[in-house]
Ligand binder design. Sequence first.
Ligand SMILES: Cc1cc2nc3c(=O)[nH]c(=O)nc-3n(C[C@H](O)[C@H](O)[C@H](O)COP(=O)(O)OP(=O)(O)OC[C@H]3O[C@@H](n4cnc5c(N)ncnc54)[C@H](O)[C@@H]3O)c2cc1C
Length: 488
Amino acid sequence: MKTEVTAETAETEVTVETEVTAETVETEETVEIVEIVEQPETLETPERAKLQELDIDAESDGFTESGFPGIRFDAVTVGGGAAGIFASLAAASRGLKVCIVEKNASLGRKLCITGKGRCNLTNDCDREEFFDSIPENPKFMYSAYSKFSNKDVIEYFESLGVATVTERGKRVFPVTQNAKTVRDALRERLRALGVKIYYNTAVTDILAEDGKVCGVLLSTNSMKISAKAVIVATGGLSYPLTGSTGDGYKFAAKFGHGVKNLKPALVGVKTKETFAERLAGLTLKNVSVSFSKCDKIIYEDFGELLFTHTGVSGPTVLSSSFELAKYGYKDIVLTVDLKPALDAATLDARILREFQSSPRRSFLNFLKTMLPGSLAEVFPELLGIKADTRSCDIDKAGRLATIGLLKNFRLSITGHGPFDEAIITIGGVDTKDIDPGTMESKLLKGLYFAGEVLDVAGYTGGFNLTIAFSTGRLAGESAAARVLGDGK
Ligand SMILES: Cc1cc2nc3c(=O)[nH]c(=O)nc-3n(C[C@H](O)[C@H](O)[C@H](O)COP(=O)(O)OP(=O)(O)OC[C@H]3O[C@@H](n4cnc5c(N)ncnc54)[C@H](O)[C@@H]3O)c2cc1C
């Protein structure tokens, strides 16, 4: 079913705070700008002369073949993120005259904050593991992956002079541990291939004639660029301060593409329990977590859990979001086993030993031997045992209740964090309307989609950037094949 992209389907939430602070974004502005091309109001303006001076590769200085005043490229890429950059590189390296239209003042703003600024650019796993790590629409990726896999990503960056290092969980990072190394190497390659970049300019519409794409409309003075191929690489809705504000969904919907229900993913969850707020900032390592609905386990994991001001996050929670989204984040209980290495009998023996060796120690002080201080402090109230109760006064029922809480620490999920805090967006342009072998729309010739705008998504670990690189490259190659095949 085709979906109108509305505020409701996009599930945009009121945003209170975001990890991308003004500072984070500001630092980006200091990055050297390859070129800012100003768009003139009319052909006669002095700005037009400036445009032509700067825009040495632009072919037309007047009316293009589609009849509007503007400039002409073989292919226009909408969005200069991971997918748009790879699409443009692929198309330009096959000889196409390509431009990128990017609404920000710099390329790859989101790319620069990936992996906490270190850029986990791919994952060095095998094919099977790769597809197991793509819970949303893995089959759609088969073709793109066969042409440009995670191994090819590593090789490609090495060829650009970006040495990589593989860390825990086969996560691949640049040796410099700096995402800007990745972005700068790509920007340099774009420059070498003559890809034109229009910064501070948004595409506001995609234009079509006779069932084929013919160009884009720009935000600046309604300037137009004509092209036989347009690649939409506008990203999703997450971290909108990086420029991903869902424009691609509107472009897709205009030509009849379905847009699957958009939801934030790889995002923390909100919980009913107010004590979570008191624990904000606490990370629990090596815990077992299970999410259940009506006593049926829907997701289990082992690893880190982080308490936040509104609930919980951390790797185990982020990875659960694909499953939780299926259940609408409703009526889900998170159970944490705080002592997964110890069974109940072993725990009981240990507690008894502790009580016998220090009988006058308070219950709270005993708990602090087992748990981080802030977490220990919520136990007495949850158990209904006074914090200053002496260990020797705690009976078997109290001991068993303590063991029960250590093994089954429960939190009720009430919802998910907002798009502002989500690593990715799930849902997106319906892949049934896109040819997986080319990334071209099945509904409009010459229109391609790549990256997060598509309804494909992976877990953390470098999979989402690989999806963007791989689909971007395939879209660029296919656009080149179409333009060159059509005769330039
Ligand atoms: C905090 C964070 C950390 C992450 N870390 C990792 C990681 O380490 N590894 C990993 O694999 N993935 C990571 N991801 C996910 C990954 O960054 C994204 O999946 C990936 O960047 C998507 O690439 P994209 O090119 O499709 O979209 P984006 O990177 O979002 O790029 C889209 C671009 O299009 C531009 N744009 C949008 N609309 C228009 C328009 N109308 N006109 C002109 N330009 C437009 C935007 O300004 C933006 O630059 C992370 C995400 C976040 C938020």
